[in-house]
Design a protein around this ligand. Sequence first.
Ligand code: ATP
Ligand code: MN
Length: 455
Amino acid sequence: MHYCRINDIHAGRPLNQKIEIRGWVKTRRDSKDFSFLEINDGSCLANLQVIASSDLKDYADIVLKLHTGCSLLIQGILKESPAKGQEIELHVEQLEVYGWADPARYPLQKKRHSFEFLRSIAHLRPRTNSLGAIARIRSSLSFGVHKFFQEQGFIHVHTPIITTSDCEGAGEMFKVVAPPHTNKEEQNDFFGKPASLTVSGQLQAEVYALSLGKVYTFGPTFRAENSNTSRHLAEFWMVEPEIAFCDLAENMNLAESFLKYLIQYVLDHNEQDMELFANFIDKELHKKLETVLRSSFSHITYTEAISILEKTNKAFEFPVRWGIDLQAEHERYLCENIFANPVFVTDYPKEIKPFYMRLNDDDKTVAAMDLLLPGIGEIIGGSQREERYDFLVSRMKETNLNLDDYDWYLDLRRFGTVPHSGFGLGFERFLQFVTSMNNIRDVIPFPRTPGSALY
Ligand code: ATP
Ligand code: MN
């Protein structure tokens, strides 16, 4: 007999049939003639109630010794449940233990644990309701990302993890070196030049956009920044579309419809798991998401944002003046207090943005856009790219880039250049937004942060 997954059983309710399940005990409760087991197999948030009668031959030896965390195979008949609390229950005919879990040592007893504690047992935390729900939502949204782009004719490109070009030019790259051999110099010369872990797939995505038109990449991204915040990881996942024949305004429209699509997607496909976050993490979660779905995102320029911030009497830790990079406190003040809406901030000073962003006619600002969300701050960073050869070369010189290293990038402007744009969405920041989880370390299975890289 093939075993059933519990989500299929709840959906299909094959009453009065013999079925088999495999999973882990959440709880056991005994009454006079029965034991009640709550079984979870990870397929969904809901457990399946299992009734084990004291008539079973191994009742005393097995059933009465079961505790939270034991793994089981159970065969039985699915019945309508007479009691309140669940609609169906499985009446055991046969039960086998795969593995015991000593209650004196198993750390996940039936009580609520802090997320901080759960982080210290990241190998067991996916067995909890909340981390299991996050894993399912993450999987579902990852599929949703592909669905959104594939439905619109985007082509998925696998950009390299190991790279020899520094996209952001901010020196936040992890070095990649080979193990030391007899010849010490080889260590840094495996690729013939210094190599790093990618901070963005954008430059390589541009190559494909300028051949295939509409592309996206979705992969791991690495930043060696010493930011110990609840919004930064050293390893995170980024979704980066890159579109030929696309200006900044179209780029922002795409970002807005992408974000709304993903919110709708998770509401449609992960209803039960989303309820958990609405019940235990943020009572206003549905309201927050509905508001974003219904809203039209706001737009302001960086220069307008600065003058708004200068006029408020709020005391910021980082003083505001034209030319500064907006800090999280400024971003959140703008979208939470001033707009109470998602906001695109555009046209930043060229000095605080990377070389590849398109220079505006004022000669001072570039066609950049950051999307700010309430509670999160920056979720998306993007721009129209500089497609004009001469402008690009002079920006590269200003920022002291070695033109020879980027000759391939300049070729894209020498031969058949076109206006093009793109953006990067931080996948974990988005997961934080849709679940209202406070710490980014809890929306990725194995977080890597300064001082911590377990497993
Ligand atoms: P921030 O200013 O918040 O540090 P950034 O401007 O350095 O972000 P970008 O280079 O624009 O970020 O990257 C695009 C997106 O990737 C960001 O909008 C954000 O959602 C996400 N992101 C950037 N850095 C991190 C990080 N260290 N951990 C998780 N997500 C990140
Ligand atoms: Mn950014």
